[in-house]
Design a protein around this ligand. Structure first.
Ligand code: C2E
Ligand code: CA
Ligand code: CA
Ligand code: CA
Length: 275
């Protein structure tokens, strides 16, 4: 039994070495990716549940790796968060999203994902202010999506910094709503403008009565608190119809559109957005 243990331990150790090596490799390449212009923002439409017309777009980052093609964020954002690169990437994303959205028709908003580590390590309100000034985008057209992870540490400091952001006039959304340990108490700690219901609830609502009841309760809660409610991960017409029936405000998901690369985005704007 002792030998078994050592064997497992040794296996585990070499796995960790590989993971660490892989991470360092990605980190070195990622550092260059920013300056080489290999980072790209894709945009996924959010549509009004009422008439299914686009109301805004969420910016989703991709790394256009010369050898590997578009690398999804799950493979490099954690590495960036492990180093200070997340600050550069986060700053770039906010700036880029504002510069892009200012050319869209005025009724369309743009949403960016803010990493908790980026938020903690920089003066995000100042970064956002600068991006708004530089681009000329109206603050009300920018949405900042944060996850609950951000609210777990030093709540007073976080509430103060979020307050600074909100004072600029940008919209603050709680992302992945319902997946954290205490989504409800966090909703009370800070005046969010919007919640995005995690796609796991939307997905489960297809088969499961309880999931449908939970969705119903979340939408009712959001409405009582006068929050805008977006459901993400809408993949079927049945899900879209159910959510519209609940009077959820906005829908997002593959049923309407996948995240669009810059060329697809241009095409979408030209063909799908009136005016
Ligand atoms: P998220 O913020 O929850 O973004 C939604 C994710 O769900 C996106 O994955 C999107 O492509 C995917 N999705 C959209 N519609 C559907 C659907 O109908 N079904 C399913 N199964 N999935 C759908 P993506 O682009 O791979 O992004 C994953 C996560 O990476 C994001 O989750 C977000 O947490 C993070 N992320 C993306 N872009 C950025 C960024 O610019 N900065 C930071 N800090 N994080 C980002
Ligand atoms: Ca998001
Ligand atoms: Ca989400
Ligand atoms: Ca997520």
């Amino acid at each position: 039994a002792k030998d078994d243990g050592r064997c497992v331990y040794r296996f585990f150790e070499s796995e960790m070495d590989n993971a660490a090596r892989e991470r360092r490799m990605i980190e070195v390449e990622l550092r260059d990716a920013i300056t080489k212009g290999e980072l790209v923002l894709y945009y996924q439409p959010m549509v009004s549940a009422e008439d299914e017309q686009p109301v805004g777009f969420e910016a989703l980052i991709r790394w256009n790796h010369p050898g590997r093609g578009p690398v999804p964020p799950a493979e490099f954002i954690p590495v960036a968060e492990h180093s200070n690169l997340i600050v550069d990437i986060g700053d770039w994303t906010i700036q880029q999203a504002c510069l892009t959205a200012v050319d869209w028709p005025e009724h369309l908003t743009v949403a960016v994902n803010l990493s908790a580590k980026h938020f903690r390590r920089s003066d995000v309100a100042q970064v956002v202010q600068k991006a708004l000034n530089q681009s000329g985008l109206a603050p009300g057209r920018l949405e900042i999506e944060i996850t609950e992870g951000l609210l777990l540490e030093d709540p007073d400091e976080v509430v103060r910094k979020l307050g600074e952001l909100r004072a600029l006039g940008v919209i603050i959304a709680m992302d992945d709503f319902g997946t954290g340990y205490s989504s409800l108490s966090h909703l009370l700690k800070f005046p969010f403008d919007k919640i995005k219901i995690d796609r796991s609830f939307v997905h489960a609502s297809g088969e499961d009565d309880v999931a449908r009841d939970i969705l119903k309760a979340i939408v009712a809660l959001g409405r009582t608190l006068q929050l805008k409610i977006t459901a993400e991960g809408v993949e079927t017409r049945a899900q879209a119809m159910f959510l519209a029936e609940l009077a959820c405000h906005q829908l997002q998901g593959y049923y309407f559109a996948r995240p669009l690369d810059p060329a697809e985005m241009l095409h979408y704007l030209l063909t799908r957005v009136p005016g």
